[in-house]
Design a protein around this ligand. Sequence first.
Ligand code: TYM
Length: 388
Amino acid sequence: MEEIIDSKKPEFVVTPWEVSGKVDYDKLIKDFGTKRIDDGLRERMKMHTEKMHVLLKRQFFFSHRDLDLILNDYEQKKGFFLYTGRGPSGPMHIGHLVPLIFTKWLQDKFGVNVYIEITDDEKYVFKREREWKEIQKFANENIADIAAIGFDPNKTFIFKDSEYIKNVYPLMLKIARKINYSTVKSAFGFNEQTNIGLMFYPAYQAVPTFFENKLCLIPCAIDQDVFWRSVQREVAEGLGFKKAAAIHSKFLPPLTGTEGKMSASQAETAVWLTDDEKTVRNKIMKYAFSGGQATTEEHRRLGGDTEKDVAYQWLSILFEPDNKKLRQIHDNYHSGKLLTGELKQILVDKINLFLKEHRENRKKAEKLVDKFMYSGKLAKEMWNKNYE
Ligand code: TYM
């Protein structure tokens, strides 16, 4: 039988609204024109941070734009600021926390301001099945989850786009009139059917990069790079601002395999921050793609494959920061000493501990939400500013 191969179909897709297939991160560095974070740059970071965060050490944060310029400015006492965000399309999963956890660590180490954009507008125009009220409910829940991460309440401003718009609308228009349809069409894949809300939105995602007259560093997964590559960095200098720097992570893989990303649209692929202990256990035992063999006997003889095993991947990305312990898990799995169920149990325990702490922090942080959004030192300053 003749095999028909669709040569046009890409092997993988990475856009802000879709990640699918087996992502080739080396190819993304080339295609997007970013730079790999090499040993030299990691060591230079370490000079300032003393320890290296596991997400940096294990190269989950793997790519950057102008991170070297950020360090130059920091070393010359010019400073910089951090900016990241969240689109409140639903509850948050563990993948969404990754850039935020890393941002908090950078804030601790460098003592800088953090701006967190909650894009209720983006998700309302993108998710057309959602009502405004639903988006607001998710926005408030997501903000409570973000507050639980431990940012400095006096150096962090969390804002909802729909509320802060009055302080930034002229600036947003300045950006918007520099971007034409053909640019966003090719950059974001917009077409005749795309609603005009979504077409206008990219201007807002560039706005916070101009909040201070310093370099801005954006921690995010690499799906967001197009906003910096095709919008922010294209217009910044023409408007008298600086090009934003970025530090990009890979994607926490879905439970069901190492292709694509953990995604809100497929519930079984994700561990939600609201999952209780039993749900976490059931999900991981049932869905986590295994690199083990079909039977215990075969597994003991042949051993498992850590490259394919999602439980191992999650441990190595974030949940087992101790190199020695991870090495031991790796070796025991390869030799067949550690069975799939046992490996999964290690991850279940780690995630349940992580979520228990998160739930406790979230409760305590409820009081802080007001500080982050309105009454903290930075929040107050921001509400008194009008950007043109
Ligand atoms: P959103 O809500 O889709 O995603 C929030 C952040 O999480 C990252 N992310 C992941 N990281 C690791 N593993 C995953 N599986 C995974 N899935 C998502 C995203 O890259 C993002 O950093 N338009 C944005 C909101 C936004 C923003 C920003 C994000 C506004 N300004 C500045 C980063 C930086 C959005 O909808 O993100």
